[in-house]
Design a protein around this ligand. Structure first.
Ligand code: 3Y8
Ligand code: NAP
Length: 252
């Protein structure tokens, strides 16, 4: 019987947790602890970092984990790099459950930038009304462009006001709806959406709303992740668990 460590924090991870619970496959879902009230899960949950790749490898050994599934967000590059290193060190199989990057559809007005600094640089020029849909972690970078009116959306209320001088703050967690994001963008007169190429359905509403409203999008491309086996369907993970050899004798 597999003993799975599922690195979570995404819609796909939650979907896989449902499947694993339904098949009574022993699973621990792991959160970093970035939000105050993570979604309840049908499997046991742990919260907090492991202490780098070595800490994750030690956790795998100590808890006799046989399979590691990385279902973290495409921008969680450090975690994904640690997962590759720890799975190798502990000699257990690793599979990433991810989602395809979004691609521009007819009617989309996208400008691609490679990372957050490039997104900040792209905002040179006169003041605009920007939906900065990046969460809380990267807001400070945009203080370099204070001339804009920013609409921010955080999962949790911040302990102190964001540093941007001209902003409106919305506290809401996804998945979001097209109707909700269309109403939000209309109410605030948004003329630019800035977002990460997260992929998936949970954050896609703002792109569909932007397309309908004719609002341009500044799309931050994904960081490069280490090479690892990747699937996009939770059911495929179940098949893998049935067939991937568990930990070799060496290492565990
Ligand atoms: C803690 C777990 C589920 C998973 C839901 C998905 C969809 C809703 C959309 C916008 C974009 C953003 C942000 C976003 C979405 C899903 C998914 C997704 C984007 C929770 C969650 C955790 C986090 C962490 C949080 C980050 C932030 C990013 C908000 C739970 C709700 C912007 C990413 O305050 C903070 O420090 C928040 C940090 C990392 C990025 C940032 O830079 O601020 N997610 N989000 C996970 C952990 O502790 O390990 O609380 O339940 C999960 C979800 N957020 O099971 O239903 O699958 O992607 N999350 C982005 O895509 O750009 C919002 O506003 O339009
Ligand atoms: P990150 O930058 O890649 O990771 C930073 C550190 O956070 C990791 O080294 C690890 O600490 C810890 N960590 C990250 N994910 C973890 C997990 N699932 N369980 C235990 N520890 C974890 O990660 P991030 O971008 O901050 O993302 C944090 C969480 O939010 C992840 O669950 C991710 O799926 C979710 N999320 C992120 C985004 C985003 O935009 N980045 C969007 C939606 C959801 P140690 O080194 O101490 O082990």
């Amino acid at each position: 019987m597999p003993n799975v460590l599922l690195l979570g924090g995404t819609t796909e991870a939650s979907g896989l947790a449902q499947l694993l619970a339904a098949h009574r496959i022993p699973t621990m879902l792991s959160y970093a602890g970035r939000t105050e009230r993570p979604r309840a899960q049908p499997v046991p949950v742990r919260v907090g970092g492991f202490g780098g790749a070595d800490g994750l490898a030690a956790y795998v050994r100590d808890h006799r984990i046989t399979h590691l599934v990385d279902a973290t967000h495409p921008f969680a590059a450090t975690m994904s790099g640690n997962a590759v290193a720890a799975a190798a060190a502990a000699a257990i199989p690793l599979l990433a459950l991810t989602r395809p990057a979004w691609t521009a559809q007819p009617g989309d007005r996208w400008q691609h930038v490679p990372d957050i600094p490039a997104a900040v640089a792209a905002l040179d020029g006169p003041g605009r009304r920007i939906l900065l849909a990046l969460g809380r972690m990267h807001v400070a970078a945009f203080t370099a462009q204070p001339q804009h009116r920013y609409v921010l959306r955080f999962v949790d209320a911040p302990s102190q006001a964001p540093a941007l001088p001209n902003h409106a703050l919305i506290v809401d967690r996804g998945p979001f709806t097209v109707a909700g994001d269309s109403a939000l963008m209309t109410a605030h007169g948004i003329d630019l959406v800035v977002c990460k190429n997260a992929g998936g359905s949970g954050a896609e509403a703002k792109l569909i709303a932007a397309r309908t409203l004719g609002v341009p999008v500044l799309m931050i491309d994904r960081p490069v992740l280490p090479t690892r086996a990747e699937v996009t369907d939770p059911q495929t993970v179940l098949d893998w668990l049935d067939h991937a050899p568990a930990a070799t004798k060496r290492g565990v």
